[in-house]
Design a binder for this molecule. Structure first.
Ligand SMILES: C[S@@+](CC[C@H](N)C(=O)[O-])C[C@H]1O[C@@H](n2cnc3c(N)ncnc32)[C@H](O)[C@@H]1O
Length: 219
């Protein structure tokens, strides 16, 4: 399948400048972003099994939710994240296996995972429907997908208006990130046997980024 930009969803173009910028940005800002999301993350990322699959691990924002000595399979196609991700895993006492592929095509067998997690990733992947089909494929029946993601604000609200206005520069800086995705709909229609999610708002100066969902879907 081709996209309008002539690339397939299985391809990831690592940008030399923006790739490095995003790696440094999430390294520096990770603590602040996590502070805003901490209560929801503590809830949905409680009792994670090992091994665990994470989509778009970035520089390791979620290491703190993994028990010591657990094994993380990180699906992270951006090579500029990998050095910091390895460093974060070492500091957290987590054994790390990086899969440098996109979440639209995960190189893991069917029904091989007990759990998959993501935070702030479905906004950036090229094709969230394909990603969720892959999550369902790699999860064993009854396995869980736990997520904390930012989403489109309600239509007609000032936040939605700002999300629209800033969509192009935002996507350019943050490597394709969209603040206008209805990810609740995407997750609820992905074919999971059960979905439990909440909407919540954070209060950061990054206005387009403030409307979130968090929850768990069962395969
Ligand atoms: C906004 S960052 C979030 C990183 C981390 N999860 C966090 O919460 O800080 C988005 C991450 O998704 C990764 N990513 C982008 N496209 C992806 C894809 N198609 N499949 C998997 N990961 C992807 C990026 O490289 C980046 O690490």
């Amino acid at each position: 399948m081709s996209t309008s930009r002539g690339r397939t969803p299985e391809q990831f173009d690592a940008h030399r400048v923006r790739g490095r910028f995003n790696s440094a940005f999430f390294w520096v800002m990770g603590g602040y972003i996590n502070w805003h999301m901490r209560k929801r993350k503590a809830d949905v990322f409680a009792d994670l099994p090992s091994p665990l699959v994470e989509l778009g691990s970035g520089v390791g924002a979620n290491m703190r939710y993994l028990p010591q000595n657990s094994h993380l399979i990180a699906v992270e196609p951006n090579p500029y994240m990998h050095t910091r991700l390895r460093r974060a895993a070492r500091a957290a006492g987590v054994s790390l296996e990086i899969r440098g592929v996109v979440a639209e095509r995960i190189d893991l067998p069917d029904a091989s995972a007990d759990a998959v997690i993501s935070s702030l990733v479905l906004c950036t992947v090229r094709n969230p429907d394909l990603v969720l089909a892959e999550v369902r494929r790699v999860l064993r029946p009854g396995g869980r997908f736990s997520f904390t993601e930012h989403v489109a604000a309600k239509r007609g609200t000032p936040t939605r208006w700002v999300q629209r206005l800033l969509r192009r520069p935002w996507a350019w800086i943050f490597e394709g990130c969209s603040c206008e995705r209805d990810l609740e709909h995407v997750i609820r229609t992905a074919g999971f046997s059960a979905v439990d999610l909440d909407h919540y708002r954070i209060h950061s100066p990054f206005l387009p980024f403030n409307t979130h969902i968090a929850g768990t879907a069962v395969a």
